[in-house]
Ligand binder design. Sequence first.
Ligand code: GLU
Ligand code: MG
Length: 458
Amino acid sequence: MERVMDIANPETQELSDKLQADGVKYMFASYVDLHGVSKGKVVPISHLGRMMSGSELCTGAALEGVPQEVSEEEVASHPDAASCIVLPWRKEVAWFASDLWCKGEPFDACSRNILKRVTAQASDMGFTFNLGMEAEFFVLKDDPAAARGFRPVSDRKHLEKPAYDVARMLDNMGWMTELVGAMNGLGWDVYSFDHEDGIGQFEVDFKYFDVVSMADRYVFFRMMAHEIARKHGHFATFMPKPYADRAGSGAHFNMSLADKATGKNLFADANDPRGCGLSQLGYQFIAGVLKHLPAICAAVAPTVNSYKRLVLKGSMSGFTWAPIWACYGNNNRTNTLRIPLGGGRVELRAADSSCNPYLGAALVLAAGLEGIAQGADPGDPHTENMYLKSEAELKTLGIQRLPRTLGEAIDAFAADPLTEKVFGASMHTAWIDYKRDEWISYLNHVSDWEHDRYLKFF
Ligand code: GLU
Ligand code: MG
């Protein structure tokens, strides 16, 4: 085994020995930019010690959404040893999630640092924030002969209601069992997967973790799904709504606070007088999230396409199950915040597959903690089907519509003072500027819909 000369501490030596014993030769010191997508330099295993102490520098200008003042600077990746994953499909390579540093200190506009600032606040209040993310995505195939140049993998007849379709799932078992096997090999404990309600759409459900580990895993998961799908001649897409008339892809956040000393779930209460199995702390958390929900939407549903998912109709199975009203309920999928059966956790259904999980989770957690600090109360849970209520009725109940577009979501984000507290001044400005440009570029583009409707009409 190669002794590594530049390793200062015994833990790093132990990690190096273990990785080498596993056959690892190269490592990614990965970080994310504003999009939550993995980037990073590759380091040979003989330089693990240097890498762990932050040797890998990247030019700030290469990061999307980075504040202007750092675009001239170098940022350094500081890998988190605990996040190390050996790529299941390429075992000579390991991947580390990293914090970014700038000018010798943690970079305040790094997504992972932003999340860690809020988890430190939770920790000061005695809490660990646990998060489960439901991974929904499509796996499709490029095909120049198909309508838009791509099609579902399975060529079976499209069902009106494709959710849980066994035949179509069987046609996709090749890549799917490789993906699930890889996840379980990493100890992620997949407990179910299925064909979802879109054609070629899937969901994989796995164990929850502390929020930083979960965000690392979700970033890794998207990359792994892409790589494994590609190996099988397909592609995975985390675009939230690839087909207008079919269900979109959520990334529902399943959230709970635990006692940081004992690990006990503080959201569970079997004697909950409101009948949802949730503690008073859980209700306070919900009240905080509801108060900031329009701004939160911008962070958990951050693309133009995200708002094509957050609509009432847009799935052949009736409703979209991606609710559009800022309200909460019991085990009732028509509320943006749901308390799933059994209680003890709160599900945010607005979050979608395109989110940067660090930024999304940071804002939701901060909002929930604010609700707790203020002892806020969200009122009674909605147990009825909110999709069946008229807009007028919802108005009398004081229930707001979530933002209808990315533009509206950015406005809500910019107007809510909590967002700057969480993101920090420089990321806050950079994020709004980047997203406004994205929205304006969409507004200015001329779509097929416009050609279909107007080209030969007048
Ligand atoms: N695909 C739905 C969404 O966009 C969720 C369906 C489900 O409840 O699993 O959020
Ligand atoms: Mg689903």
